[in-house]
Design a protein around this ligand. Structure first.
Ligand code: SAH
Length: 204
């Protein structure tokens, strides 16, 4: 089942999500495909849900909002930190050329790989490990999305951003705010602070 149109309207469009490519990706990727059986009946509810290992699948609005703020284009190479079950990864895979995603919990890494394989998604590469150091062999990245919260942003991630690139991450403790960095040149960034959010912790 795709994301019900009525819910796309209420959860996303009515809250200001505008990019048609983002709305289309949200509609085409079935959130239930990324949930454990017990959670599938709640797939299109307007909230984060448990996926085991004390981790969560993000609220659809937040997935759409972060994706839109990142302004992902078809030729982009994207790095994601915090694959979880792979839902956000799958949404990004419809918008960009290639996605690299790092997850620290082995069980979730394996589950995400299975979920993405089952959907025949081919432009994604997953790695098990900590995202603190990014994935330098694959960089630089046009876009970086971090989906676990930290007090500050690891310098290695900012370094792996291409000039002109953007990074979005939940930053702060205990209150987190989505923050966007835009790399102006090798050592200078613009920084913009957006909405408050509640993500699981970035494990160092
Ligand atoms: N992107 C997911 C949200 C996953 S929740 C979605 O689409 O719903 C955040 C994930 O970040 C968890 O799976 C957690 O295990 C992972 N994580 C936490 N610290 C990490 C780190 N240092 N490196 C990589 N992944 C990390």
């Amino acid at each position: 089942m795709n994301f019900p149109k009525g819910q796309i309207q209420v959860q996303l469009i009515d809250r200001g999500i505008k990019q048609s490519a983002v709305l289309e990706a949200m509609e085409k990727i079935s959130r239930e495909d990324f949930l454990p059986d017990a959670m599938k009946p709640f797939a299109y509810e307007d909230k984060a849900l448990p996926i085991g290992e004390d981790q969560t699948i993000s609220q659809p609005y937040i997935v759409a909002y972060m994706t839109e703020q990142l302004d992902v284009q078809p030729h982009h190479k994207v790095l994601e930190i915090g694959t979880g079950c792979g839902y956000q990864t799958a949404v990004l895979s419809r918008l960009a050329h290639k996605i690299f995603s790092v997850e620290i919990i082995e069980k979730l890494h394996r589950q995400a790989q299975k979920n993405l394989n089952d959907l025949n998604i081919k432009n994604v590469e997953l790695r098990l490990g900590s995202g603190t150091e990014g994935w330098s062999e694959k960089g630089p990245f046009d876009r970086i999305m971090v989906t676990c919260a930290r007090k500050d942003i690891p310098q290695s991630l900012l370094q792996q951003l291409a000039v002109g690139g953007k990074l979005i991450a939940p930053i702060g403790e205990p209150v987190q705010r989505l923050t966007v960095w835009t790399k102006k040149n090798e050592d200078s960034f613009d920084q913009e602070v957006l909405i408050p959010v509640k993500f699981v912790k970035f494990v160092d």
